[in-house]
Write a protein that binds this ligand. Structure first.
Ligand code: A3P
Ligand code: MG
Ligand code: MG
Length: 400
């Protein structure tokens, strides 16, 4: 059984965007320096502090993003983590709500974080940009459980994709894929501090430049959001916060996304402008989904020296592109995503089993095929399902 979602005739999706809900953080988790999961912990949340380009008055120094490449502690991503960090955190969050309710601080109600779709932000970024990114190809697995569709990346596919990418020979004068990837993490390392500004000494701040770069540590935000008729819970890494999280949970959080980029060519040259807009689309989609308002772009030379920092406002990016080459359209991205999510829900319904979602390079469709796997396959871990069954049992008994 295969069903196709058509990616042509994009004019269908033009016009103002359907209702979207502002993403609101509902819970969060950290991975520590050994990539051990810490549900409900902010320990890996960092603060933005711009990279230092040399002491005032002294000669400007361009930070070298290659520094320390040999000692990079890179996480082993050969293990398929499915949705585990997200599910473990939802479980811990719901258990703590239940505890509070039992202690009489709240009513004994259904504490399940309910949504039509629960997934990683990365999956939503791929859907949001699919119409304007001919080169993007992906595979995901989706399964329905208790009225929610859970979507994960198909790990084997992603791993093969990365192997191909890393095997590519760099063009003459270009750094290797590994090196460029390192620049991204190095830029993060010299753009954040682990505590509030006021709690840091100058020496502590400067010591970031010589610390070993590792990509084990992460802070991930789990947000509730929505596209059209579909409610979503989306989880993804946020790089840092501008100063701190506001105490009032209704206030938007001043998250900051960090990106490195080669200095763009001359943007009055349409070819360069098109390349630049494609990059802006990825930045916008990724940040928009979690409600990250600001993107700090660290521009670099071809050989990895940081030249300057540019600040982008996420919500202004679509209008900027509209005024430029208009190679993509934010409203179309959003409306197409709403339509795709409805298609996904219609296709899967409440049926058990696992569906494969697939898009090929230059593909004109997103394909959904039912796989052979029964139940929820490997998408959901057993302990999460048991936990949710228990909560549903409680809800039923409370209603009696
Ligand atoms: P840059 O984005 O500055 O290149 P993120 O920007 O999502 O916070 O990711 C941080 C860094 O992880 C990236 O820095 C890049 O080095 C690396 N990275 C993220 N996604 C990647 C991908 N699909 N392939 C290779 N490297 C990736
Ligand atoms: Mg990141
Ligand atoms: Mg980043």
């Amino acid at each position: 059984m295969t069903f196709n979602f058509d990616l042509t005739h994009l004019e269908r999706f033009a016009g103002s965007s359907t209702s979207i809900r502002r993403p609101r953080e509902c819970t969060y988790f950290s991975y520590d320096d050994n990539h051990v999961l810490k549900p409900l912990s902010t320990e890996s949340l960092a603060c933005y502090y711009p990279p230092i380009f040399g002491a005032p008055g002294a000669q400007e120094v361009r930070p070298d993003l290659s520094a320390g490449f040999k000692t990079f502690r890179q996480r082993d991503d050969s293990i398929d983590e499915h949705l585990d960090g997200l599910l473990d955190t939802l479980q811990a969050h719901e258990e703590s709500l239940l505890e509070k309710a039992r202690d009489g601080e709240g009513e004994l109600v259904d504490v399940r974080v309910k949504a039509d779709v629960i997934t990683w932000r990365g999956m939503m970024t791929k859907i949001l940009t699919v119409a304007f990114d001919d080169f993007s190809d992906f595979e995901m697995n989706a399964t329905s459980f208790q009225g929610t569709i859970f979507v994960e990346e198909r790990h084997a596919y992603k791993a093969a994709q990365q192997r191909t990418q890393n095997a590519q020979q760099p063009r003459r004068g270009e750094a290797s894929q590994e090196m460029m990837q390192y620049w991204g993490y190095k830029f993060e390392a010299i753009s954040v501090i682990p505590k509030q500004w006021a709690e840091m000494t100058r020496e502590e701040i400067e010591s970031r430049e010589v610390q070993t770069v590792s990509n084990h540590v992460q802070y991930c935000s789990i947000v509730r959001t929505g596209f059209g008729t579909t409610s979503l819970v989306v989880a993804g890494e946020v790089d840092c916060v501008m100063s701190e999280k506001p105490e009032n949970p209704d206030q938007p959080i001043p998250w900051v996304e960090l990106k490195t980029s080669a200095e763009p060519g001359n943007l009055s040259n349409p070819r360069e402008a098109v390349k630049y807009e494609r990059k802006l689309m990825r930045y916008w989609a990724q940040s928009f989904l979690l409600g990250v308002p600001k993107i700090m772009v660290g521009y670099r030379t071809q050989d990895g020296f940081l030249t300057r920092i540019a600040e982008l406002e996420t919500q202004r990016i679509p209008a900027q592109v509209k005024r430029g080459q208009h190679t993509w359209d934010g409203n179309i991205c959003i409306n197409l995503t709403s339509a795709f999510l409805e298609f996904l829900r219609r296709t899967i319904g409440d049926e058990e089993g696992v569906w494969r979602i697939r898009r090929r390079r230059n593909g004109r469709v997103i394909e959904m095929t039912k796989t052979e796997a029964g139940g929820t396959g490997n998408v959901l871990k057993e302990c999460f399902k048991r936990h949710r069954e228990t909560l549903r049992g409680l809800e039923i008994s409370a209603a009696l």
